[in-house]
Design a protein around this ligand. Structure first.
Ligand code: SF4
Length: 169
């Protein structure tokens, strides 16, 4: 059975920077959980950051640029959290590999989990195209990452990876 890595905050864990969660009310997610497919993970807490914590944004690029060393993750006060974000991303990849995960559903717009858009590093609420640090690392490893609004695409991807049901000869 194909498993799926899911942002812990989408499953109701209160691990976001503001101490809250963003639980999804979705029948597919409920089914996946009942089937035991879901691997919950929060890269930022796994990277050693506390709850709550100051919001952080990628400055100078997106998650891929952070992996390449040309962008940093900072708080609005300028504290550099790049190492914690890289550690969390690395741990996410380890967990994905240990669990045999090939698909992930991660929270959009997060500097770790975003897959289509992230904040631009100006701390003014502006979003730009790009993905977060964890998404960038997972994608480089061949894992397909979707945001919570594309859960049906993630489901189609999982179905495509499942071995065909064995019929009677
Ligand atoms: Fe949710 Fe990802 Fe942020 Fe953790 S790092 S709170 S899982 S969006």
């Amino acid at each position: 059975m194909e498993r799926i890595l899911v942002s812990a905050c989408l499953l109701g864990s209160r691990v976001r920077y503001d101490g809250g969660a963003k639980p999804m009310d979705d029948e597919l997610m409920a089914r996946w959980r009942a089937e035991g497919r879901v691997v919950a993970f929060c890269p930022e807490t796994a990277g050693g950051l506390p709850v709550p914590r100051p919001p952080a944004e990628i400055v100078g690029g997106d998650g891929a640029a952070v992996l390449d060393g040309t962008a940093r993750v900072r708080t609005a006060a300028g504290e550099d959290l790049t190492e914690q974000f890289l550690r969390g991303a690395g741990r996410a990849l380890e967990v994905a590999r240990e669990s045999g995960v090939r698909v992930a559903l991660l929270k959009e717009s997060s500097p770790s989990c975003g897959s289509l858009r992230i904040h631009d590093g100006g701390f003014a609420g502006t979003r730009v195209s790009g993905h977060g640090v964890t998404t960038a690392l997972l994608r480089r490893a061949g894992i397909q990452v979707f945001d919570e609004h594309r859960i049906r695409e993630a489901a189609a991807c999982l179905r495509g990876l499942e071995p065909p049901a064995r019929g009677l000869p």
